[in-house]
Design a protein around this ligand. Structure first.
Ligand code: SF4
Ligand code: SF4
Ligand code: SF4
Ligand code: FES
Length: 936
C-alpha cells in the first residue's frame, strides 16, 4: 500500500439519523442535525480550507480560513462551527471568501519560517497545503516585523520535537491533549500576538505530558513532529497493523521507508482506539531492531556449553529428534509446551495443535495461567463464557463506572482516555483499590467513592456491596427472575450480618458508610459498568472475586446492554486470543473440554490424530513433574517463565532438571539462559496473523517487513511437528485461521478476507452473528440462565506479621510494559529508569526513610533494594512497586499461594518489611533467582 492518508472531514460526526438536507455549491446532502457545514461539505467531496479544525476534535473556530457564504445570511460564518440547517444553501468558493482566506494565509505565512524545501514536514504540512489551496501568491507584509521566528525548539521529549517558531497557535495540540488524551498538559498562554503553546511553563519532559503523541498527530505543521521523521524523512508507504503491547489492541498505520519503520500513526479506522494511542504503541517499537535481538537458531547439548549457531534445518531436526528421544525414554506425557499471549492466534493455535497431535498429550498451558485465568473460570461459571461482556465504546453509555483492581491510565491508557472522557461528561466513578490511582483524582476527574481496601480483601468488599443491594431492596427483581438462577441461595448468603459493610469494615479497612454509598450508587445510578484488572485476579480468591462481581452485576441488572457489564482489562495484547485458541490443558479451542467426546471427534477428524480425553499438566504441575523427573522436555513460545512465574527458585530448579528446553523468543531472556535450543522469533512488525483484544476484537496483524529470522514462527512449529512425524502443512497464515474457524463455533465467520474487508470483528462471529458480537448476553446468558454463586470470603494465608508488617502490592507504570523486555530496550527508560517503592509518609517516618532513600524490601522469600518515594497515594501499611526492571531485583513478590480454582499466583499480596538499606546489601539487590517476579 502506498502512504495512506485518512480523510479528515474537519469536525466529528454527529450521532443519529441523517435528516437535515442542505445544498453546498449546488450539491444536495442529507446529514444528521448538528453536523457542521464543513463536515457536510466534506461528505459530498467538497473540501473547505481549514487549519484549526480536524475531525478528531470539537470545532474551535479560531483560524478563520473556513469561511463560507450562506444564502440569506449576512457575513461569512466559519463553516467548522456553523451547523447545517434544513434548506440551507452554502457557497464555499466566492470571490469574497477567497479574498478573506488569502488575507488570513498571508498573515500566517508572514510569521512562519519559509524553509519548506528543507522542512521535515515538507509534503505533510497543512499550512503548506492551505497556501496552495487558497492560491496565495504573495506576502505583502514582509518578514521584517515582529515575529516568532527566533523561538527555541524544545527537544526534551525522546520521541518528538516542539519547534515553537513554526507554531500557528491553532490550539489543536492543546485540545487533543484535553479532549482525546484527557491529560490537559498544554495550554495557550498569552493573548493575541503573544499567544503561545505552553506545557505548563516547563519543557515537555518535565511537564504533565505522558507522551501519547496525540498533539503531534493533531499538529498541522512541523511544530510538533516525530524525531524519527526529522531523522529519516517522510514515509512512503503504510501498513495497517495492531499494537503488540497491551490488551487494548490499538490499530496503527506503520509508516515505512523501504523496510524501515519511520513512525507508527494510530489508525482512525481502528475500532479499539479510533486514532488514539499511548507512548508504547506509538513510539516504543525500536526493540524490534535492538542489537540484542537474536536472529539465528542456536543449539547446545548442555546449558553449560556455548551456543552453537546453526541453520534452520539443523535446529528443527535437532529439536524434533531430542523431543522424540525424551518421549521414547520417559513416555509420551514427558514433554509439553507453553504458549504466549504475545504471539498471534495462529502462532498459538499451531503450538497447542503440535502438543496435542504431534506430542500426543494435552500438556499445554499459557501465560494467562498467571494473570487472567480466574477471569475465564469466574465468568464462565456465572455467565457461561470466558470473556468480557462489552466493547470499549460501551463505556460512553455508562453512568457509573466502577474500577476494581485496575489502573487504566497506566496499564490500558487508550481505554482510560475513553473512560475519562465519559467521566468528564458526568459519569460517576467508584474506585476500589488500595492505592489512590489517577482515576480517584486528576485533571477534571474526581471519583465519588474511593474504597482503599486492604490487599487481599476484595471478596469481603464485593460481598458487602451485595449485602447493601439485597438488604436495601435495590435488586433488579425482574431481570433476576427472568434471566438468572441461584438467586435465593446467594441472596440469603450475602444478607448475613457477617457480610454487612459494618462487619467487614474491620477486614477491608474501608468505612461502612462509604461501602454503602458506593453500593447504592452502583445499583441505582443508571447504567453501571465494572472494569477490573489483575488486582482482582492475582489473588488466592481471584476466581471467587470474578464471580462476586458477576453476581453484583446480575443482581442489579447491569448485564446485556450498552454501558454496563463486567469487563476484564486484559494485560497482554493477545491474552484473550491465547485462551480462545485452546492453550489450556483441559480445553480445546473455543473453551471446549477435552473430555467431551463429540468435540474431540471433531478435532480428530481434521487433525487425523487421537486426542487424549484427560487434561494435561498446568504450568505449576509441569515444574513439579520436572523436579520429580517425570516431565523432561518443554517447548516455550515467547514467554520468559523464569522471570514471570512465582517462586523463581522452584522454576529454576525445574528448568535446570529438564533434558530439553526449547525457547522461541526475540532475546536471550532468563529462560533462554537455561535452554538447549533457541529458536529466534519474530517481532510484531514481521508477524502475519491476528490478535484478539480485551473486548474480544479480532484484529489483523500485518507484516510490514519479511521475518528477520527468515521464517515465520508458525512455520518453525509446523516443521518441528513434521520432523516428529506429524505433518502440519499450511501454505499461508490465512489457512490456519480457516482451520480455526472450521473447528471453533465462535470463530466460524472469521477469515483474513473478512477481516481485511471489515477491519475487525468481535467474537462470537458466526451464522448467528455474522458481523460479530459487540455486547454479550443481550437476550439471555450464554449458559442459559445467569448463575449466582455464593462467594465466601476466605482470608489469604499471607498475613502481615511482626517480622513483615507491611503488605506489598504491585502494578505497572505507563511507560514500561510487563517485565520490560521490550520497553527497556527503547527510549521509554527515560521515564522509568528503575522501579521505585511507594510508601506512605507515616510508614516512612517510623522507619526514618526520606524521599529518594535506598531501602531494603524483604519478604520471607527474598530481599532486594530499591529507591523509596514517599507517597500519600498509599494507605498506611501498604507499599507498592512496579516490576519492570527484573535485573535490578525490584520485583520481590509473592508466596506460592495461588487462586484456588486456577492456580493463578497471588502476586498482589505479600507481607514485607521495609527499612533503610543495610550496608551489607548490595545496591543492585540480591541475586535474581532468589526473587519471584510478578507479571501481568
Ligand atoms: S504527547 Fe499527549 S500528553 Fe503530551 S502534550 Fe501531547 S497530547 Fe498531551
Ligand atoms: S503546536 Fe501545532 S497544533 Fe499546537 S498550536 Fe502550534 S501549530 Fe497548532
Ligand atoms: S493502549 Fe495498549 S494497545 Fe494501545 S498503543 Fe498503548 S500499549 Fe498499544
Ligand atoms: S477551520 Fe474553521 S475557523 Fe479554523
Amino acid at each position: 500500500m502506498t502512504l495512506m492518508k485518512e480523510p479528515d472531514l474537519g469536525t466529528p460526526a454527529m450521532p443519529g439519523e441523517a435528516t437535515v438536507t442542505v445544498e453546498i455549491d449546488g450539491m444536495p446532502i442529507t446529514v444528521p442535525p448538528g453536523t457542521s457545514i464543513m463536515r457536510a461539505a466534506a461528505e459530498t467531496g467538497i473540501d473547505i480550507p481549514k487549519l484549526c479544525a480536524t475531525d478528531s476534535l470539537d470545532a474551535f473556530g479560531s483560524c478563520r480560513l473556513c469561511l463560507v457564504e450562506i444564502d440569506g445570511r449576512r457575513g461569512t460564518p466559519a463553516s467548522c462551527t456553523t451547523p447545517v440547517a434544513e434548506g440551507m444553501k452554502v457557497r464555499t468558493q466566492t470571490p469574497k471568501v477567497e479574498k478573506l482566506r488569502q488575507g488570513v494565509m498571508e498573515l500566517y505565512i508572514s510569521d512562519h519560517p519559509l524553509d519548506c524545501l528543507t522542512c521535515s514536514a515538507n509534503g505533510d504540512c497543512e499550512l503548506q497545503d492551505m497556501s496552495g489551496v487558497v492560491g496565495l501568491r504573495q506576502v505583502r507584509y514582509g518578514y521584517e516585523g515582529e515575529n516568532h521566528l527566533d523561538l527555541l525548539t524544545d527537544d526534551s521529549n525522546p520521541y518528538f520535537n516542539f519547534e515553537a517558531s513554526k507554531c500557528i497557535a491553532c490550539s489543536r495540540c492543546v485540545r487533543a491533549c484535553g479532549e482525546i488524551q484527557g491529560t490537559f498538559a498544554l495550554t495557550i498562554e498569552g493573548r493575541g500576538f503573544e499567544s503561545k503553546v505552553s506545557a505548563g511553563g516547563v519543557d515537555f519532559m518535565n511537564s504533565e505530558c505522558v507522551s501519547c503523541g496525540a498533539c503531534v498527530q493533531a499538529c498541522p505543521t512541523a511544530t510538533l513532529q516525530e524525531k524519527s521523521v526529522v531523522e529519516l524523512g517522510m514515509p512512503t508507504r503504510s501498513v495497517i497493523t495492531t499494537c503488540a503491547y497491551c490488551g487494548v489492541g490499538c490499530s496503527f498505520k506503520a509508516e515505512m521507508r523501504g523496510d524501515q519503520v519511520v513512525r507508527m500513526v494510530p489508525y482512525k479506522g481502528g475500532d479499539a482506539n479510533e486514532g488514539h494511542s499511548c507512548v508504547k504503541g506509538r513510539f516504543a517499537f525500536g526493540y524490534a531492531t535492538h542489537k540484542e535481538r537474536q536472529l539465528n537458531p542456536m543449539i547446545r547439548e548442555s546449558i553449560n556449553d556455548e551456543w552453537q549457531v546453526v541453520d534452520w534445518e539443523t535446529a528443527i531436526s535437532y529439536t524434533a529428534k531430542k523431543l522424540l528421544e525424551v518421549q521414547a525414554k520417559y513416555g509420551s506425557g514427558s514433554i509439553g509446551g507453553i504458549t504466549s499471549s504475545r504471539t498471534t492466534n495462529e502462532e498459538v493455535y499451531v503450538v497447542q495443535k503440535m502438543v496435542r497431535a504431534a506430542f500426543g498429550n494435552n500438556n499445554v498451558d499459557t501465560c494467562a495461567r498467571v494473570c487472567h485465568s480466574p477471569t475465564g473460570y469466574g465468568l464462565n461459571q456465572t455467565f457461561g463464557t470466558s470473556a468480557g461482556t462489552q466493547d470499549f465504546k460501551s463505556v460512553a453509555k455508562a453512568d457509573v463506572i466502577m474500577v476494581i483492581g485496575a489502573n487504566p491510565t497506566d496499564a490500558h491508557p487508550v481505554f482510560a482516555s475513553r473512560m475519562k472522557k465519559r467521566i468528564r461528561e458526568g459519569a460517576k466513578v467508584i474506585v476500589v483499590d488500595p492505592r489512590r490511582i489517577d482515576l480517584v483524582r486528576s485533571a477534571h476527574i474526581e471519583a465519588q467513592y474511593h474504597l482503599p481496601l486492604q490487599p487481599g480483601t476484595n471478596v469481603a468488599m464485593v460481598n458487602a456491596m451485595a449485602h447493601v443491594v439485597v438488604t436495601e431492596g435495590l435488586v433488579a427483581a425482574d431481570f433476576v427472575a427472568e434471566r438468572c438462577e441461584g438467586y435465593e441461595e446467594w441472596a440469603e448468603f450475602v444478607s448475613r450480618e457477617e457480610n454487612s459493610p459494618e462487619a467487614v469494615e474491620a477486614i477491608t479497612g474501608v468505612p461502612a458508610a462509604d461501602v454503602r454509598g458506593a453500593a447504592r450508587l452502583y445499583a441505582t445510578g443508571g447504567n453501571a459498568a465494572i472494569y477490573y484488572g489483575l488486582g482482582v485476579t492475582e489473588h488466592s480468591q481471584g476466581s471467587t472475586m470474578v464471580m462476586g462481581m458477576a453476581n453484583l452485576a446480575m443482581a442489579t441488572g447491569n448485564v446485556g446492554r450498552d454501558g454496563v457489564g463486567v469487563n476484564p482489562l486484559r494485560g497482554q495484547n493477545n491474552v484473550q486470543g491465547s485462551c480462545d485458541m485452546g492453550s489450556f490443558p483441559h480445553e480445546l479451542p473455543g473453551y471446549r473440554h477435552v473430555s467431551d467426546d463429540a468435540v474431540r471427534e471433531l478435532f480428530q477428524a481434521v487433525w487425523g490424530r487421537t486426542i487424549l480425553p484427560e487434561p494435561g499438566l498446568r504450568i505449576p504441575n509441569m515444574f513439579d513433574a520436572a523436579i520429580d523427573g517425570t516431565f523432561r522436555a518443554l517447548f516455550v513460545q515467547g514467554e520468559d517463565i523464569a522471570q514471570s512465574d512465582p517462586n523463581t527458585k522452584h522454576v529454576f530448579a525445574a528448568l535446570e532438571s529438564l533434558d530439553l528446553l526449547v525457547v522461541q523468543d526475540l532475546f536471550i531472556n532468563e529462560t533462554a539462559k537455561l535452554a538447549h535450543v533457541f529458536l529466534p522469533g519474530t517481532s510484531f512488525l514481521e508477524k502475519d496473523g491476528t490478535f484478539t483484544n480485551a473486548e474480544r476484537r479480532i484484529n489483523r496483524v500485518r507484516p510490514v517487513m519479511a521475518p528477520k529470522t527468515g521464517k515465520h514462527e508458525w512455520e518453525i512449529v509446523c516443521e518441528i511437528a513434521a520432523a516428529m512425524g506429524y505433518p502440519m502443512t499450511y501454505n499461508q497464515t490465512s489457512e490456519i485461521m480457516d482451520e480455526i474457524a472450521a473447528l471453533t463455533p465462535t470463530f466460524s465467520g472469521v477469515s483474513f478476507e473478512m477481516l481485511d474487508k471489515v477491519g475487525s470483528v468481535q467474537w462470537p462471529c458466526n451464522d448467528k452473528a455474522p458481523e460479530g458480537t459487540p455486547i454479550m448476553h443481550v437476550d439471555g446468558f450464554v449458559r442459559g440462565k445467569g448463575h449466582f454463586v455464593p462467594t465466601t470470603f476466605v482470608p489469604t494465608d499471607e498475613r502481615s506479621t511482626r517480622k513483615f508488617p507491611l503488605i506489598l502490592t504491585t502494578g505497572r507504570i505507563l511507560s514500561q510494559y510487563n517485565v520490560g523486555a521490550q520497553t527497556r530496550r527503547t527510549a521509554n527508560v527515560a521515564w522509568h529508569p528503575e522501579d521505585i517503592l511507594e510508601i506512605h509518609p507515616h510508614d516512612a517516618e517510623v522507619r526514618g526513610i526520606n524521599n529518594g532513600d535506598m531501602v531494603s524490601l524483604a519478604s520471607r522469600v527474598g530481599e532486594t533494594t530499591l529507591k523509596a518515594t514517599i507517597s500519600d497515594r498509599m494507605p498506611v501499611g501498604v507499599v507498592y512497586t512496579t516490576f519492570h526492571h527484573p535485573v535490578t531485583g525490584a520485583n520481590v513478590v509473592t508466596t506460592e499461594n495461588s487462586d484456588w480454582a486456577t492456580n493463578c499466583p497471588e502476586y498482589k499480596v505479600t507481607a514485607v518489611q521495609v527499612g533503610l538499606r543495610h550496608p551489607a546489601i548490595p545496591a543492585e539487590g540480591v541475586a535474581r533467582q532468589d526473587i519471584p517476579i510478578a507479571v501481568d
